[in-house]
Ligand binder design. Structure first.
Ligand code: UDP
Length: 369
């Protein structure tokens, strides 16, 4: 029998890879984690500037209703009481998100849930009998014209770089409607930001695990594969198969970060800019994720961007063409499943929140370890 140096080679030191590495290491397996970036943590990695943890790859707000997942992350780090309550700025006027009584008051001056429901019914009357087939129809069906035009259409079309009629409806189902004065963006039972930042979570997961950064798997795939009995690949699935059926589409982002000589720029962690004419979708003010009291502040403008091989694949575009293409790649994984495992946002080609990623990783752990 061939002797391997490692039981597992894990390609990608993001959340999925780190959880698998932690569990494998705990069971006495020998693990090597590699990542092409110069740091571990994937997109939850933070960089400290002016004593503030900067969410370098966009805002990450941990939320889940799964107690097992919540207890799992709390083994490694305590979470603060941050509650995501983004504001929306549309043509200079501010609105609360998600759509709740505060928003309805700001839009229409309605003061009670009954008044708000009557207003929304009137707004969506024309769409009440449609069967929504895309995001625009879904949004009109749920809330009617004013909400759609003020808070959804511009943001969505710049975020995805296409007409809202070409975007799958499920994306907007993420946005809750509420008839209480509650600005919590999420409905989940548990929410927060790791105290001291996300790097603590990753450091806890990867403690005692061998890790090599700045290594591109594809530059030396056959040598690397020979090191381990099994390989867990968490990168883009199409790239693993040399894109032989074609490229999966993604939406990318571009960030502009500035240090400002002021204590507070916008009084909130996240402000969305929902009109199409403003080129960025949101401004993050990082200190507010951790209730920071530093003298300076750091803000990041988030610009949606076309995906190409030179920038990061952030959002999978789960329309039917891409999902079909993904399934073709997925089918190829069965024949090689004795050597290769796949998982995470890029290998599963799914719009995962962090808790989804953890659930998926723990499932794979249960199946394989
Ligand atoms: N969205 C919107 N207006 C907003 C915020 C979000 O229309 O002010 C829509 C948009 O289509 C977006 C989707 O909701 O793609 C999900 O947004 P969310 O901020 O929940 O997702 P994230 O980009 O943080 O994963």
């Amino acid at each position: 029998m061939q002797k391997y140096q490692y039981d597992y080679l894990i390609v990608g030191a993001g959340l999925f890879g780190a959880i698998f590495a932690y569990e494998a290491n705990k069971k006495g397996k020998k693990v090597l984690v590699i990542d092409k970036r110069n740091h571990k943590g994937g997109n939850i990695h933070c960089e400290e500037t002016e004593g503030i943890n900067i969410h370098k790859y966009g805002a990450h707000i941990f939320h889940t209703s799964n107690k097992e997942v919540w207890d799992y992350v709390n083994q490694f780090v305590e979470f603060n009481r941050f509650t995501n309550s983004p504001m929306a700025n549309y043509k200079g006027k501010l609105y609360n998100l998600p759509f709740n009584m505060n928003t309805f008051y700001q839009l229409w001056g309605v003061k009670t849930p009954d008044e708000a429901k009557a207003k929304i019914d009137e707004q969506r009357k024309a769409y009440a009998n449609i069967e929504p087939e895309n995001l625009e129809e879904q949004a009109l069906f749920l809330g009617g014209n004013d909400i759609y035009n003020t808070l959804i259409k511009g943001y969505t079309e710049k975020q995805w770089g296409r007409s809202a009629t070409k975007i799958p409806a499920f994306i907007i189902k993420r946005l809750p409607f509420r008839f209480t004065f509650d600005n919590n963006y999420f409905n989940d039972l548990y929410q927060g930001i790791p105290i001291g930042g996300y790097n603590k979570l990753i450091e806890g997961l990867l403690e005692g695990v061998e890790i090599k950064t700045n290594i591109n798997y594809f530059d030396q795939k056959s040598e690397l594969d020979k090191l381990a009995n099994k390989v867990l690949y968490t990168g883009k699935i199409d790239e693993f198969f040399e894109c032989k059926f074609g490229n999966l589409e993604y939406r990318s982002l571009h960030f502009e970060t500035e240090i400002l000589d002021s204590e507070d720029y916008q009084g909130n962690a996240v402000v969305n800019y929902t009109e199409k004419e403003v080129p960025y979708t949101r401004i993050l003010e990082h200190k507010h994720f951790e209730f920071g009291t530093q003298k300076k502040t750091v803000v990041t403008k988030e610009y949606p961007h076309e995906f190409s091989k030179d920038n990061e694949p952030y959002y999978p575009i789960n329309d039917s063409n891409n999902d079909n293409l993904f399934n073709q790649y997925k089918d190829l994984t069965t024949a090689i499943s004795n050597k290769y495992l796949f998982g995470g946002r890029l290998a599963d080609y799914k719009y995962y929140d962090m808790d989804d990623t953890i659930e998926a990783a723990l499932k794979l752990v249960k199946q394989t370890l």
